[in-house]
Design a protein around this ligand. Structure first.
Ligand code: ZN
Length: 439
């Protein structure tokens, strides 16, 4: 043992003992007991639907699930016996903290709003997401750096309603790349938080990740290829080199953080997988070799195959810059066809919508598209529960209705295994044992 550490260890032990000694005094309040009667309950781990189940909840955790369980005296009983009960949904690709969606669709409008405005505009984004049945999100980047941390923490404190957020803090991007705020004149000096994640070369990449880790992010978002919704970017291009991507994954790992990589281009996808990222976002131009690599490395593909509907709709109304439409041409259908191939090949698939491209609160519309492009309804639901929890690294507390996990529970009127559109109208939402919606 390093003896120089001894005083610190003794101090820690003292604090730990003091804290536990104080616990009984502060934990006198009686536990909050809830029992949910579920007519149908979807066990996403076993892949089957159970009938007439009872879920027992103590404070924010599930304690027992089964048929004809005895309901403890004093428990609040919630009767969902006419509904299908599922674990809270998880969207692995959102941008909740980017403020209100601007009618022009141009990121340059961030220059007209302060960080405080953007953060406060994001409050309804969080509420709409939660009320639509998504109790957890992996939020994968913001233009105004660290607004997502503020939103995450405000939700966690209970100041505002919203899903449990796991956040990236900023985009790690090359200068002028897919995650940079581009399109301003070269002599405009952007404020620090609009260029926070720009990095060129492995050591700058590592430096940015060190800052983000210190700021308290939950994962790292790196931009491997160019983007659609960016000026001067091109989804066909590679941006970070292999050397930079490897440095990012290695540096993130040293802080216990996983990395997700935005990648549209065929080579950008392969580079990210080979560098060891946990998931590839979009994966639009993935080819057979890329799918095989993803399988081999156990990399999740997080493909946002619904939002093309919103991009096309906005293009029809002139609500998207012309160069963005040009980037998007043919990419939407190609991504959907490649999604079908990846599903057929048995690649790991998660549920991510790029919420913010479409209005907040309609992410569940993607389920029907996932079924249309090759998944069973059960597989699509597993992508947004069991698999999403695995991708986050939190299967111990998220992703299914099991004892020990957070009481994140939703219910719908019909049976989503018969008609997956049922998920578009969620009647009941509980997060952390607290009811946020009950129709
Ligand atoms: Zn995105």
């Amino acid at each position: 043992m390093n003896t120089r550490l001894l005083p610190a260890i003794i101090l820690w032990l003292c604090c730990a003992l003091t804290t536990s000694a104080q616990t009984p005094a502060t934990a006198n309040a009686s536990p909050h007991l809830t029992a949910i009667k579920a007519g149908r309950l979807l066990d996403v781990d076993a892949g089957k639907e159970l009938r007439n189940q009872v879920i027992l909840i103590r404070d924010n955790r599930i304690t027992a699930v089964g048929e004809a369980l005895e309901i403890p005296t004093g428990a609040i009983v919630i009767d969902l016996s006419a509904m299908t009960v599922l674990p809270g949904l998880i969207d692995c690709h959102t941008h909740l903290a980017d403020g209100a969606r601007d009618p022009s669709g141009d990121p340059l409008t961030y220059l007209k709003r302060t960080a405080a405005e953007v953060a406060l505009e994001s409050v309804p984004n969080a509420r709409l997401t939660l009320e639509s049945g998504f109790t957890t999100v992996r939020d994968v980047g913001v233009y105004r750096a660290l607004t997502d941390i503020a939103l995450r923490d405000a939700i966690a404190r209970g100041d505002i309603p919203g899903p449990r957020m796991y956040v990236a803090g900023a985009y790690v991007t090359i200068t002028g790349g897919a995650g940079a705020l581009t399109g301003a004149a070269p002599d405009i000096q952007l404020p620090w938080d609009l260029r926070y994640g720009q990095a060129d070369g492995p050591w700058q990449v590592r430096a940015v990740i060190r800052k983000l880790a210190n700021n308290g992010v939950d994962h790292i978002k790196i931009l491997s290829s160019g983007a659609v919704l960016e000026h001067g970017s091109n989804p066909n291009s590679q941006e970070f080199t292999m050397e930079e991507l490897r440095a990012a994954v290695e540096e993130a790992q040293s802080f216990g953080l996983r990395v997700e990589a935005h990648a549209h281009s065929t080579q950008g996808i392969k580079n990210a997988i080979l560098a060891g990222v946990a998931s590839v976002e979009h994966a639009s131009m993935i080819d057979d070799e890329g799918i095989a690599l993803a399988k081999q490395h156990g990399t999740y593909l997080d493909m946002d195959i619904y939002d093309e509907e919103c991009i096309e709709d906005e293009a029809r109304h002139g609500a998207i810059p012309a160069d963005f439409i040009q980037h998007d041409a043919a990419l939407g259908q190609l991504q959907r066809d490649n999604f079908r191939k990846a599903v057929a090949a048995g690649a790991k698939m998660s549920f991510g919508t790029d919420a913010g491209v479409c209005p907040y609160g309609i992410a569940a519309r993607q389920f029907a598209f996932m079924v249309q492009y090759g998944m069973t309804p059960l597989q699509a639901i597993q992508a947004a529960t069991k698999s999403a929890a695995d991708l986050l690294g939190h299967s111990d507390v998220l992703g299914s209705i099991k004892p020990g996990k957070y009481a994140d529970i939703i219910a719908v009127q019909n049976d989503p295994l018969q008609d997956v559109h049922a998920l578009e109208n969620v009647s009941f939402v509980m997060k952390d044992g607290k009811v946020y919606k009950q129709n």
